[in-house]
Design a protein around this ligand. Structure first.
Ligand SMILES: C[S@@+](CC[C@H](N)C(=O)[O-])C[C@H]1O[C@@H](n2cnc3c(N)ncnc32)[C@H](O)[C@@H]1O
Length: 249
């Protein structure tokens, strides 16, 4: 190819890109996005799991017998479980999925009159029960909070610790609920999850069927929601449950 032809064809191929470079908009300012947005959940991950709790005719006494019986290890080992938590006088704690208030009322003397324990639940009957029991026991630090299936409905940066006992597998919209827990926690606040060990071949059939996710999946989901795993507690006194401690990132 003659020299002139080569130069002109080179220029032809370069000019459009030079023009493009010249017209390019200035680069977007880089904003820090420390936490990736969680995937939007449009459908429940376990439809129907909370149906009985949402029944307006829920019999609280029946659930007191079920949740607060010695055959349930989160009841029989409740003092050891509570001792794992860094509870101090004056602290604000949320017991998310409080049920009959088993842990809400166990935490109340530990945070004292200057502290606060939110007993948070989606079931209006449990919330009514906690409100009534707190008044009867003269525990003004206990506040029952009705929440939604997607949000714990607590004020932003209002609590130091969130405890979720036997309830994570009941979250139908875990990413939305976790985002609301993250918002409710003060900087450096902790999320403690106690849930069933779910291992095919090891766990009971009922657990395999009832519990959606095992420990590894739970950890992945919580980390994706903006938490870091602090540690897995050593709990030789628990046969069927694990305890994970996370911190708000
Ligand atoms: C198996 S009970 C555990 C109650 C209590 N934590 C205990 O261990 O005794 C699960 C509780 O979680 C509540 N729950 C289910 N989904 C919830 C959500 N997204 N937010 C708050 N509470 C929820 C249910 O209404 C129920 O009271």
């Amino acid at each position: 190819m003659p020299h002139r032809l080569v130069v002109s064809s080179l220029l032809c191929s370069l000019i459009p890109s030079l023009l493009l470079v010249g017209c390019k908009a200035p680069p977007e300012p880089q904003t820090a996005t420390p936490v990736a947005a969680p995937p939007a959940e449009t459908a429940s991950v376990k439809p129907g799991i909370n149906q009985d709790f949402l029944d307006p005719a829920l019999d609280v006494t029946k659930y007191e017998q079920r949740f607060e019986g010695e055959s349930r290890e989160v009841f029989s080992q409740r003092a050891r479980i509570a001792a794992l938590l860094p509870l101090r006088p004056g602290m604000a704690v949320a017991d998310v999925g409080a049920g009959t208030g088993l842990y809400t009322f166990l935490f109340a003397p530990k945070v004292g009159a200057e502290g606060r324990v939110y007993g948070v639940d989606i079931a209006p009957k449990f919330v009514e029960h906690i409100t009534k029991a707190a008044a009867e026991r003269q525990l003004p630090q206990v506040v029952a909070q009705l929440c939604s299936e997607r949000s714990v409905e607590l004020p932003a940066a209002s609590v130091d610790l969130v405890f979720v006992c036997d309830t994570y597998h009941h979250f139908e919209y875990p990413q939305a609920t976790l985002a609301s827990i993250r918002d409710a926690l003060r900087p450096g606040g902790e999320l403690v999850i106690l849930d069933f060990i779910r291992e095919p071949g090891v766990s009971r059939e009922w657990i395999l069927d009832h519990v959606r996710a095992g420990e590894a999946v739970v950890t992945q989901e919580v980390v994706a929601a903006g938490f870091e795993l602090v540690r897995r507690e050593e709990t030789p006194f628990l046969r069927e449950n694990y305890v994970l401690r996370f911190r708000r990132r």
